[in-house]
Ligand binder design. Structure first.
Ligand code: HAM
Length: 408
């Protein structure tokens, strides 16, 4: 599963990075949303009295590392990572206390083009698993929402914050509870009705009704997504908020559209001010985080879990320890040609070693028969078809290349 994720991301020119599991508590306190910091963070004091935390997400670490090298990195900076993260959440379908998360981020570049690329990449990942038609990207814009909350609804910053949190958690509660939160935030019936009307509007209506930078940006984004061939999978959805505090512009969530697994699978957005906290030049970024648990649920729901494919190209046998030098020589030449080669680490007969090669699902097996060796030849068996070839030792690599397709 992870192999397919990273190969798709690499195909767009992204470079992999890694980072520490522990960071200073303050890194998250400064930027990650309050729900994560107050309720989900694993934190402790180290022996030196420093307050440290186990990473609940990767974006602050990535921003810290990019800020440190901001003048050296070629722009736009395209990065990905698949770290394990910890959040103290109630374990349930789609959520665990430890999960692995693909993080994809672009820093710099034209915002519109960078967002289009990141959204296209999200669609391409799901297409690579065969699930492109069963997912939908739902997009909104934080500035559009700010405009709506302050200008149209005339909410205070504090009220708007509460309303954002309520909308973000809406799918987890019933309508009465959701309405209760809005009333608690000080919204009267007329305002609640206005909010519901806004939610049922399409982008054209909103653009006419509330012309602003956010709605214009979304219109341009949809045009660019069409050029990238992914607009069928992307829709405008004014209820998408995203819980994390650092998003400043476009935000999005990727949904499974099947009724039996109708839920957000992963999400992300644009952040403009994340690097500023490190006292360096600010560089705007956009990216997403995709959890392994929700992806697995999606793939299982749709029968798309990839079949296990062995990475062993060639199994080089060892019929007797006296032939180890030869077996190693053949293995080395195959590895040098780019093949993954496995050896048995103990001597054994033909039948036994063939069985082992089959168990490991190797594609080819090299066997050393006494009669063949006397003529300077070896036996090469293609396990998929059962074909067997007696070939000069010097032709092992070229035969493997022609049977398995060029590896080099
Ligand atoms: P997030 O929405 O907190 O965003 O997490 C992103 C995704 O990680 C979720 O949609 C879900 O797939 C997965 N996830 C989160 N928590 C859990 C959990 N407890 N168990 C299983 N899966 C989980 C972020 O973390 C942002 N840092 C993403 C980002 C990257 N934004 C920009 N760049």
């Amino acid at each position: 599963m992870f192999g397919k994720l990273s190969s798709t991301v690499r195909s767009f020119g992204y470079r992999e990075y890694g980072g520490p599991m522990l960071e200073s508590f303050d890194l998250y306190a400064a930027k990650t949303g309050e729900e994560i910091v107050n309720q989900q963070l694993y934190h402790m004091e180290d022996r030196g009295g420093r307050k440290i935390a186990v990473r609940p997400e990767m974006t602050p670490t990535m921003a810290r590392m990019v800020a440190a090298k901001i003048h050296e990195l070629p722009r736009p900076v395209r990065l990905f990572s698949i770290p394990n993260l910890w959040r103290y959440e109630r374990p349930q379908r789609g959520r665990l206390r430890e999960h692995w998360q693909l993080n994809v981020d672009v820093l710099g570049g034209d915002p519109l083009l960078a967002e289009t690329e990141v959204l296209s990449l999200a669609v391409e990942i799901m297409r690579a698993f065969g699930g492109g038609e069963r997912m939908q990207v739902r997009v909104n814009h934080r500035q559009l929402m700010d405009e709506f909350f302050t200008k149209r609804m005339e909410l205070t910053t504090e009220q708007a914050h509460k309303v954002v949190k309520a909308i973000d958690a809406r799918s987890k509660v019933d309508e009465a509870k959701f309405k209760g939160w809005l009333i608690e935030a000080g919204l009267q019936e007329s305002k609640i009705a206005e909010l519901e009307k806004f939610f049922s509007s399409n982008l054209d209506q909103i653009r006419n009704d509330l012309p602003c930078a956010g709605s214009e940006h979304l219109v341009a984004l949809f045009r660019a997504l069409e050029e990238s061939g992914v607009s069928k999978q992307v829709v405008f959805d004014p209820t998408i908020m995203r819980g994390l505090d650092y998003y400043t512009g476009t935000v999005f969530e990727i949904y499974d559209v099947s009724p039996e697994n109708h839920r957000a699978m992963f999400g992300g957005g644009r952040y403009d001010n994340l690097m500023g906290i490190f006292g360096k030049e600010s560089l705007s970024g956009v990216g997403f985080g995709m959890g392994d648990v929700s992806l697995q649920n999606f793939l299982e729901t749709h029968g798309l879990v990839p079949k296990f494919e062995s990475e062993i190209d060639v199994f080089v046998s060892l019929p007797a320890l006296s032939l180890r030098g030869l077996s190693e020589e053949v293995s080395r030449s195959l590895r040098n040609a780019g093949f993954n080669v496995m050896t048995p680490l103990s001597e054994g007969g033909f039948g036994q070693q063939l069985k082992l090669a089959n168990k490991h699902e190797a594609k080819l097996v090299i066997l050393f028969g006494e009669a063949e060796l006397q003529e300077g030849k070896v036996v090469l068996k293609f396990l998929k078809t059962g074909e067997q070839f007696v070939i000069p030792k010097s032709e092992v690599v070229s035969q493997a290349l022609s049977l398995l397709g060029g590896k080099v």
